[in-house]
Design a protein around this ligand. Structure first.
Ligand SMILES: Nc1ncnc2c1ncn2[C@@H]1O[C@H](COP(=O)(O)OP(=O)(O)OP(=O)(O)O)[C@@H](O)[C@H]1O
Ligand SMILES: [Mg+2]
Length: 470
């Protein structure tokens, strides 16, 4: 409860004179004050010069005493008026009551009407209603116990409870009060303040409703997340099973096709038959890489990218992938491959196999989409600090390039910029999607710059894992 400073100092006055004259109107007080001021003015006018007092004239001395008494009365009434003004401006009701079951009011301030709907005189001495009956029946015990505890401990009591106003409206109020004790130590009265907290309670209730709504939403979101997780798991499970089931016959198709082509000397086949078997084999291989790619993506989307972190030399990894690129370009003298690895790059801790998979896809693409010119792999160490080594791999080519509007879609599954040319270039459209997942799993990223008809550059940046995670 707000403790108004004036309340403590003025408690005495409230209990003695203000209570008695509680119903005296402000106008009455002002009239009395004006009369008293006039009286003082008269007395002052008739007061002789100080020299007259030196003669010890009793008449003048008695007039002076009268002046002081009147001045004291003016001061008292002014203080009383200030108190009345303060109380009538307070957003609540100051009171003094008996400690009985009715909480019989001895005095209530003007805030009584807006708070309870009763005029002050209607509540005082339970003339029309007692304050006790205004308290909500369910809260009466709470109020009684709270007050008794404060009385026993000689402390302020603070209470929140409901009242029913004269119009039947239910209202939340807040009260702070203290007992006044007689000389024998007996608590005789309560004095305090009661204010309307309906608005605060409504805000609290709204907040509680919002909180409850939020809790429900969070619970629902959690439930949906669990369901989504279960669905994802089921999907991965299904794909794993399906891919296994599909791989077995596909491998058989590829194997038998190979066998037929290899043994064409024993069982001669004409050119047409050979061509058909080659197509069966390449379609089987395409399907197999599709199945593997889909399985790879789905397991990564289900968050199943398990990393195998080891420490290795970048130059060795670059040498290995360069050898594959050179092999892919063998027999194509129009495209030159070059490898440029910065000297003294420190060994890094990462998943070597996954890094290699990304680089092979980027180099594989560069080789496939470049008919002449060059394919390059440049490796640089961007930063080397106590716990961090950042490596950049740039795969560039002078190939067909990628239209600017397609660059943002390159990492989506099954994205092939020129799908019509797929038979020419091959591929499943999953390589970059998988590479991107892998790069993210390694804590890195892939960026693309390309110009149609001129070439492309794919830049993979990764950080070495801190030694404690390696
Ligand atoms: N270096 C490049 N130059 C031109 N286009 C490219 C290059 N790299 C990728 N692309 C375009 O992006 C598409 C997607 O590449 P991505 O590696 O994901 O699939 P893909 O190579 O077609 O098939 P795969 O799944 O076998 O890798 C390619 O089909 C191609 O259109
Ligand atoms: Mg690819």
């Amino acid at each position: 409860m707000v403790m108004f400073p004036w309340m403590c100092n003025a408690q005495c006055m409230v209990s003695k004179s203000v209570m008695k004259d509680a119903e005296k109107s402000k106008e009455q007080l002002l009239d009395e004050l004006t009369a008293l001021r006039q009286r003082v003015a008269c007395l002052d006018a008739s007061t002789p010069e100080p020299t007259h007092q030196q003669h010890g004239d009793g008449r003048w001395l008695s007039l002076q005493g009268e002046t002081e008494r009147v001045r004291a009365e003016i001061a008292r009434q002014e203080s009383e008026r200030r108190l009345q003004t303060l109380m009538s401006n307070l957003p609540g009701m100051a009171y003094r009551c008996k400690i009985d079951a009715d909480w019989t009011m001895e005095f209530v301030s003007k805030g009584c009407l807006p708070l309870t709907g009763y005029q002050c005189h209607e509540l005082v001495q339970n003339r029309v209603s007692s304050y006790g009956t205004l308290i909500h029946p369910d809260d009466r015990q709470l109020v009684w116990d709270g007050v008794q505890e404060g009385v026993a401990k000689r402390q302020h009591f603070k209470l929140e409870y409901r009242i029913r106003t004269a119009t039947g409206e239910e209202k939340w109020v807040w009260e702070q009060g203290i007992a006044i004790y007689a000389e024998n130590g007996q608590a005789t009265f309560l004095e305090g303040f009661i204010t309307d907290i309906a608005e605060r309670k409504r805000a609290e209730q709204r907040l509680e409703a919002v909180n409850a709504g939020l809790e429900q939403a969070v619970a629902r979101a959690e439930e949906l997340a669990v369901r989504a997780e279960a669905a994802n798991h089921a999907k991965s499970q299904f794909l794993a099973t399906m891919s296994h089931e599909l791989r077995t016959p596909l491998n058989a198709i590829i194997g038998f096709s190979d066998g037929l082509l290899d043994r064409s000397d024993v069982h001669p086949l004409n050119e047409h038959q050979m061509d058909r078997i080659r197509r069966i084999k390449s379609s089987g291989e395409h399907l197999l890489s599709l199945v593997e790619g889909v399985l790879d993506i789905s397991s990564r989307e289900a968050g199943k990218t398990e990393l195998d972190i080891t420490t290795f030399a970048i130059s060795e990894l670059a040498g290995d992938v360069a050898a594959v690129a050179e092999e892919l370009l063998r027999g194509n003298p129009r495209v030159r491959f070059s490898l440029d690895v910065e000297d003294n790059i420190p060994a890094i801790a990462s998943d070597r196999e996954k890094l290699q998979q990304i680089l092979l896809n980027l180099l594989g693409n560069a080789v496939r989409f470049t008919e002449q010119g060059s394919v390059r792999l440049i490796v640089r160490c961007l930063r080397e600090e106590l716990r961090l080594t950042r490596i950049q791999f740039a795969v560039s080519d002078t190939g067909i390039g990628i239209p600017a509007e397609k660059i943002g879609e390159l990492f989506k599954p099954f994205m092939q910029v020129n799908a019509a040319a797929t038979p020419r270039y091959g591929g499943t459209g999953l390589g970059l999607c998988i590479s991107n997942h892998l790069a993210v799993a390694l804590g890195g990223s892939i960026e693309v710059a390309s110009e149609l008809g001129k070439g492309s550059m794919f830049t993979l940046t990764i950080d070495s894992y801190p030694p404690d995670r390696a």
